[in-house]
Design a protein around this ligand. Structure first.
Ligand SMILES: C[S@@+](CC[C@H](N)C(=O)[O-])C[C@H]1O[C@@H](n2cnc3c(N)ncnc32)[C@H](O)[C@@H]1O
Length: 417
């Protein structure tokens, strides 16, 4: 690809996202991989692209204030990029307007220039009008989602959650104790800041490329370890990680088990299993048996029948991901009202297939990174209602507005003797 500026890449990415409906992450990483661009320009392109996606409703609100009649989609893409820089990124006016206008074909430049200049003149008025808008406009979320969160969490916490989702996510690394000690890690990677709340984790300003290559750490939010902690796998046990890829929890459980025992790490997705395999090798996990299996198909694979019954099962199901919305920037624009019930059916189906594999007194932890009751407590209630041999031993939530980390849910079900 010819040399492109950060703004050109961001604009191309926004346009591809709008037209092709592909995942935002794959669009921008595909473009950056082909672009001849410095790392800092690459980071700026990502900031622009994700920033626009996070603020789409608000940017469109300002566009509607600037022009009552219809705005062509291609022109709208440029305006969103320009307004994001002007009002949210606080880019100097000249650069925000001039560079954004220059990206457009000649015939569109006049209108884009006029609208961005009008926005700079009307700055205070437009910012005040935005402040008076309902939460779903101010924080750019689908209205139905904001309304269900307001009902479920209350007005203030829903507001906190929406604001949380609109801020760029912090990067956390889990120190991989299978390869390196805590002190040694901090000595080798002095840019990392230890978390006082959890000594397994550090906060980072950027991806620690060398630490990742060496398997010294794994990028993971602290909330993801809750499920592993309540499962509490012990050295020497037989554990099934039913939906394991890409292996964040498998590798943490291997650490808790001091790399002794067995973890059967299953997933139905072959590409994700390849990533898991690479991760296990890099992180020096030696107890994972990797297996492709879809739990919604009938038979139990012979590899699992051989190790069953299991001491512990982790089922980290596919879910709507509403707890990690600040990391999955375009997720909010893909979610539909019906997704939560649809996911629930699949989640229950997966858990049902696993219960017979658990030994008496064995524990199964059901976990999600969703904040929605349909995918969390309701699944647990329904499983308990239809499976009298299980009892609920613990339930935990991580809530962004309360705990300061991603949203997550975990419930521990124990099989009666
Ligand atoms: C939330 S992710 C798992 C994340 C993983 N536990 C970790 O910590 O890295 C859910 C996984 O479930 C897998 N999955 C979805 N449906 C499945 C099914 N029916 N059987 C097996 N795996 C499934 C997906 O491919 C995906 O990798």
């Amino acid at each position: 690809m010819a040399q492109l500026s950060a703004r050109q890449i961001a604009l191309t990415a926004s346009r591809l996202w709008r037209k092709e409906k592909r995942f935002a992450d794959s669009i921008i990483s595909g473009l950056l991989a082909k672009a001849e661009i410095t790392p800092s320009d690459g980071a700026f392109a990502m900031e622009l692209f994700y920033g626009v996606l996070r603020n789409l409703t608000l940017l469109d609100f300002w566009i509607s204030c600037l022009r009552a009649s219809r705005v062509e989609s291609d022109i709208r893409d440029n305006l969103q990029l320009g307004l994001y820089q002007l009002f949210l990124l606080k880019t100097p006016e000249h650069a925000a307007v001039h560079e954004t206008v220059e990206l457009a074909p000649r015939r569109q430049r006049e209108i884009i220039n006029a609208m961005l200049r009008a926005a700079t003149r009307r700055r205070s008025e437009l910012l005040a009008r935005a402040d008076a808008q309902p939460l779903f406009v101010r924080t750019s979320h689908p209205r139905f989602l904001v309304e269900r969160w307001q009902q479920h969490f209350g007005t203030e916490q829903a507001e906190e959650l929406c604001k949380w989702n609109t801020r760029p996510a912090l990067v956390y690394g889990r120190i991989n104790r299978l390869k390196i000690g805590y002190e040694e890690f901090l000595r080798l990677y002095p840019m990392s800041r230890p978390l006082t709340a959890d000594s397994d984790f550090v906060e980072l300003d950027a991806l620690p490329v060398s630490a990742l290559e060496q398997g010294h750490c794994y990028i993971q939010d602290p909330s993801t370890t809750i499920a592993c902690h309540i499962l509490d796998p012990k050295p020497g046990e037989k554990v099934l990680d039913a939906c394991a890829a890409p292996g964040g929890k498998t590798s943490y459980m291997a650490q808790l088990m001091q790399n002794r025992g067995t973890i059967v790490a299953c997933d139905r997705d072959p590409d994700r299993l390849q990533i898991l395999k690479g991760n296990m090798a890099r992180l020096r996990v030696v107890i994972a048996q990797i297996l492709r299996h879809d739990w919604t198909c009938d038979r139990v694979p012979p590899e699992i029948a051989l190790v069953a019954p299991l001491d512990r099962i982790l089922v980290d199901v596919p879910c709507s991901n509403t707890g990690v919305m600040r990391r999955r920037v375009d997720l909010r624009w893909r979610l539909r009202r019906t997704d939560f019930d649809r996911m629930q059916q699949r989640q229950i189906e997966i858990v049902r297939a696993l219960v017979p594999l658990l030994k008496p007194n064995g524990a199964l932890v059901y976990s999600t990174c969703s904040l929605e009751p349909e995918e969390n407590e309701e699944v647990v209630r329904r499983i308990l209602a239809e499976t009298p041999i299980l009892r609920l031993e613990a339930e935990r939530y991580s809530l962004p507005f309360r705990d300061g980390f991603d949203g997550a849910f975990a419930a521990k079900l124990v099989r009666n003797v």
